[in-house]
Design a protein around this ligand. Structure first.
Ligand code: NAD
Length: 478
């Protein structure tokens, strides 16, 4: 598979001096295709195009925008299998997980199209304001924000691209997409769905290349009205410094807690953690990373969890029977392996897993991890969970809240009062009762507290955050 270039003004373009990057399988190093890397002049040109296209698209009636998006959704549905193979090949996720991700592509575009057609403003009860009578009419007028820059990570290369591009287009904005360099082919395939559906030239641009150069240039540029970023907290923090005064949405890192209390259904907890800790080789912002277990049921719980984790099969991502594929690169696999080894060197217990073969790492459980150890505190982004003992429920909540993050959390308990306390007291943007944080419906508000981010995604919320709610007041003649 070869790819044609940068998406500028509705066509895949490249120059004679364009730099070329080969995309390789993290499983066996095979070449999957070549992409063109953008340079600074391309960013500049893409922004000029996006400014013009934003005017065109904002003046396109919502029913026409909706029709194009619905067509793109149908095209994405027709391409599920090839999209799944692209996702799996370029970032190492198992094909069965990639099929699940690819199946959601058309659905996210459809949800976006619907929400884009539902932007009702409201009339303002101005006469309720002291000193104001019936001589004025006030209302809010929804309008697109303008040019949206969407910067995405590698781990869900279809889902996370579409959670930005779908709502941005549905709300009438032009978009420049800068996908992760580790997973550009999926983004290119998705952009093609919009082109084939008749999206006007320039409304969507795609620039591939290193984020530190292209991303920074895009984020800093005053022609951009909104930056929508999903990625690490480290880069998110840099973006807050370079963006200046423009709208920002940041979906960042996490070290998500899962509480298993003495009132838990241990079978349900173990089943859910076997998914939540290891899906996508743990490379999920809402992965179940810190398992906080009440002391009194600790041993019973591990007796149920360990055999389930040991039954997870790893291997060639494209094989149908592989449950968990590779990490995105060997350097990432080495980083996770070392984090496990460091925790063990500091006194934690390696209960199972943690053996590396290239980019593959066996699913690990690391026991007796103190809550303040870096293995619990820092985002791991790999196929391992830490087990920390809690004296009681209150101690478990303190441990849950003890990191800089607050994206997702889960609690396993059959006790009603514990559920209510958890949903109120855990500092986290999303709380699951009787499931791990690794669960998402595309229409639900989704985003973190503390260092996990600013703003919410989820299709309706994203359309809202990509809309300017202008306030209009009509005055009578005095
Ligand atoms: P990353 O932060 O390294 O890169 C994300 C994107 O930012 C890439 O496209 C990259 O090229 C670009 N980038 C890098 N430096 C930049 C800069 N200075 N300015 C602008 N853009 C820049 O993240 P990653 O390794 O691709 O993904 C993993 C991270 O993403 C994890 O921390 C994970 O938790 C986070 N993530 C968060 C969510 C969420 O919804 N909260 C979802 C998925 C992933």
């Amino acid at each position: 598979m070869t790819t044609p270039g940068l998406l500028l003004h509705g066509a895949w373009q490249q120059h004679a001096d364009s730099a070329i990057h080969t995309v390789r399988s993290p499983y066996n190093g095979d070449s999957l295709g070549e992409i063109v890397l953008a340079h600074s002049a391309d960013v500049d040109r893409a922004l000029d195009i996006a400014v013009d296209a934003a005017k065109l698209w904002r003046n396109t009636p919502a029913h026409e925008r909706t029709a194009i998006l619905l067509k793109a959704a149908s095209i994405a549905d027709e391409r599920i299998e090839s999209l799944a193979r692209t996702i799996s090949s370029e970032m190492g996720k198992s094909i069965r997980e990639a099929r699940g991700e690819a199946t959601r592509a058309g659905e996210i575009i459809r949800l976006s199209a619907f929400e884009g057609s539902q932007r009702y403003g409201e009339s303002l009860p101005l006469d309720a304001n002291l000193g104001t009578g019936f001589d004025k009419i006030g209302f809010t007028l929804p309008q697109p924000v303008g040019v949206v820059v969407a910067i995405t990570p590698f781990n869900y290369p279809s889902l996370l691209v579409l959670h930005k591009v779908g709502p941005a287009l549905a709300a009438g904005n032009s978009v420049i997409l800068k996908p992760a360099l580790a997973a550009p082919l999926t983004a290119i395939a998705l952009a093609q769905c919009f082109l084939d559906a008749g999206l006007p030239a320039g409304v969507l641009g795609v620039l591939n290349g290193p984020g530190s150069e292209l991303g920074s240039q895009l984020v800093a540029d005053p022609r951009v009205n909104k930056v929508s970023f999903t990625g690490s907290t480290r880069v998110g923090e840099q973006i807050t410094k370079t963006a200046g005064i423009k709208r920002l949405s940041l979906e960042l890192g996490a070290s998500s807690p899962v509480l298993v209390t003495k009132h838990a259904d241990l079978e349900q907890a173990a089943h859910s953690i076997t998914l939540g800790g290891y899906v996508n080789a743990g490379q999920v912002c809402i992965a179940a990373q810190r398992i906080i277990v009440e002391e009194s049921i600790h041993d019973d719980f591990l007796a149920v969890l360990v055999p389930k984790v040991e039954a997870i099969t790893i291997g060639d991502p494209l094989q149908d029977d592989t449950m968990v594929g590779t990490l995105v690169s060997e350097s990432e696999a080495i980083r996770v392996e070392k984090a496990i080894q460091n925790a063990v060197a500091d006194g934690a217990a390696l209960i199972t897993g943690g053996q590396r073969n290239g980019t593959l790492l066996t699913p690990a459980i690391v026991g007796d991890v103190p809550g303040d150890h870096p293995f619990a505190q820092e985002e791991l982004f790999g196929p391992a969970v830490s087990i920390t003992r809690a004296r009681d429920f209150d101690h478990a909540v303190v441990l849950a809240n003890s990191t800089q993050y607050g994206l997702g959390a889960g609690i396993f308990t059959q006790d009603h009062d514990e559920s209510i306390r958890a949903m109120r007291d855990i500092d986290s943007g999303i709380v699951h009762i009787n499931w791990t944080p690794l669960w998402r419906a595309d229409l639900m508000p989704y985003g973190g507290m503390k260092s996990s981010g600013i703003g919410k995604e989820g299709v309706r919320t994203t359309v809202n955050e990509m809309t300017e709610w202008k306030t209009v007041i009509m005055h009578s003649r005095v």
